[in-house]
Design a protein around this ligand. Structure first.
Ligand code: PRP
Length: 187
């Protein structure tokens, strides 16, 4: 285990198992929803950069239906910021009007980022918009957001890293999800 890690919350094999289940569930539900239209108009998995990259790569490979990729990036915000201050840093490459969009997030914490993205994407009139988040971390939630597919729920307010999640751009490549030691947090 990495020296800066306090404790592992979800192991590599627990994540792999849960991601497989999510991939199957999502494939099943889009197959039911789209039937034969699946191959002409596959859903678009929209990954939120950068944290969702690892999860998106594994999740889509656990899906058994055709799927396209696109990516979006927004600025993070400091304490006390309001959702209106979230800036779009990188937009989608393609229009999503009339398309089925699966927004893939690594973690929903306060819910501000997700609430902002839902508003932004809905305004473009996708045929459907579903949300998949690996971690639903509930203690700091300030926005009421509905997540269609959740990997794991986290009821404690730990600083979480690994499997795409960072602290100061580090630890994203840890294969497990873990709580960071307080001593590793330098701010
Ligand atoms: C993290 C995470 C979510 C967001 C969740 O992004 O990827 O997008 O924070 O927080 P919220 O629910 O309180 O809005 P971060 O800004 O750390 O960027 P990253 O994806 O590049 O790690």
């Amino acid at each position: 285990m990495h020296n800066d890690i306090e404790r592992v919350l979800f192991t590599e094999s627990q994540i792999a198992q849960r991601v497989r289940e999510l991939g199957q569930q999502i494939s099943h539900e889009y197959t039911k929803l789209l039937g034969e239209k699946l191959s002409q108009e596959p859903p678009i998995a929209v990954g939120l950069l950068r944290g969702a990259v690892v999860f998106l790569a594994d999740l889509t490979r656990a899906m058994t239906i055709p799927v396209e990729y696109d990516f979006i990036a927004v600025s993070s915000y400091g304490m006390g910021s309001t959702p209106g201050q979230i800036q779009l840093l990188k937009d989608l490459e393609k229009p999503i009007a009339g398309r089925h969009v699966l927004l893939v997030e690594d973690i929903v914490d306060t819910g501000q980022t997700l609430a902002h993205l839902i508003e932004l994407l809905r305004a473009r009139h996708p045929a459907s918009l579903k949300i998949c988040a690996l971690l639903d971390k509930t203690p700091r939630r300030t926005r009421n957001v509905t997540i269609d597919y959740v990997g794991f729920t986290l009821a404690e307010d730990a600083f979480v890293v690994g499997y795409g999640l960072d602290y100061a751009e580090r630890y994203r490549n840890l294969p497990y999800i873990a709580a960071l030691k307080k001593s590793a947090i330098t701010t």
